[in-house]
Design a binder for this molecule. Structure first.
Ligand code: GDP
Length: 298
């Protein structure tokens, strides 16, 4: 995903190499190039502005002018600031003191929620948890079956409305799933909710109703990193309509320019917890800002 950005940044920074001292003009020129590279990668403008502001201020300060190798010091600053916009520290999942921990997934249709639910459940099981998946996406005809398939692959049970009872009420399904988890001793419940193709009031209201009914320990906003600048508007709409405590980025294996991934943390103020980079259940990991920054800087 970050190939072009990575090439650009590496080449801009390598231009500094070999320079004994860096003049203000060198730093200004470097920051200008970095700014262009970030904008071309679709990083949101406010994020680019604050990033460049920080890099410039630090690069013109004592940590660079007094460094033995100023160019290397600038690379270090860019790396640290990248880690910063990606969230700094790795943020762990919030687990409930009294199980079950309730994790609700929200996001647009096609963002990868159902796939992510399976990945997350499989990962949780690998961590020694006893998760259960909940099909509260009753909008799409195939959503329940799709979650059941994913659950089977992940080896994780799925709580779904009984067939033949009509469409069912997603709020009721979500509420009942918590009782079932207590009864069957599942310590984590992952609730898949309905998405729409675009931002939609009805979808937001339903997600908010489910949230109120189950009081999740985590609400994860699932966002497709391939949607570029739209990710920012979508994230803001979900923040205002449902609210979320963390982000799960999907489709990082795509060839989009990656700006969404770099913007979403700062724009929403919420940390990225998980990253998904493929269609298979194992294409999933905890999100580490430092590793992502190293990947971008090559
Ligand atoms: P939902 O509508 O939000 O539940 O989205 P789905 O889980 O059904 O995913 C939509 C499509 O994206 C499916 O074809 C998935 O296989 C695909 N998908 C999900 N996550 C990833 C990912 O990380 N990488 C790629 N390449 N495809 C993904």
């Amino acid at each position: 995903m970050f190939d072009t950005l990575s090439d650009r940044l590496t080449s801009v920074l390598s231009n500094l190499r070999g320079k004994g001292r860096l003049s203000e003009a060198d730093i200004d020129a470097t920051c200008r190039e970095i700014r262009i590279a970030l904008l071309e990668a679709d990083v949101a403008l406010p994020v680019v502005r604050s990033f460049i502001g920080q890099v410039k201020q630090r690069a013109k300060g004592a940590e660079v002018s007094q460094a033995l190798n100023p160019a290397q010091q600038v690379v270090k600053i860019v790396n640290e600031e990248l880690i910063g916009i990606l969230g700094g520290e790795t943020r762990r999942l919030n687990l409930a003191k009294n199980p079950p921990t309730v994790i609700m997934l929200a996001g647009l249709q096609g963002s990868g929620k159902t796939t992510l639910a399976g990945k997350l459940a499989r990962w949780l099981a690998g961590q020694g948890h006893t998760p259960m998946l909940v099909a509260a996406d009753l909008q799409r005809p195939n959503a329940v079956t799709q979650l059941q398939v994913v659950g089977e692959r992940a080896g994780v049970p799925v709580f779904a409305p009984e067939p033949g009872n009509g469409v069912g009420d997603p709020v009721d399904v979500a509420r009942r799933s918590i009782d079932e988890a207590r009864r069957a001793q599942h310590d984590v419940v992952v609730i898949d909710t309905a998405g729409r193709l675009g931002i939609d009031e009805e979808m937001m209201r339903q997600a908010a109703d489910i949230r109120d009914a189950v009081q999740p320990n985590e609400t994860l906003f699932v966002v497709d990193a391939m949607i570029g600048q739209d990710a920012v508007t979508t994230a803001e709409a979900f923040r205002d309509g449902v609210g979320f405590t963390g982000v799960a980025l999907t489709k990082l294996d795509g060839d989009a320019r990656g700006g969404a991934a770099l913007s979403v943390r700062q724009v929403t103020g919420q940390p990225i917890l998980f990253a998904s980079n493929g269609e298979k259940l194992e294409d999933f990991d905890v999100f580490h800002p430092d590793r992502m920054a190293s990947r971008i800087l090559g």
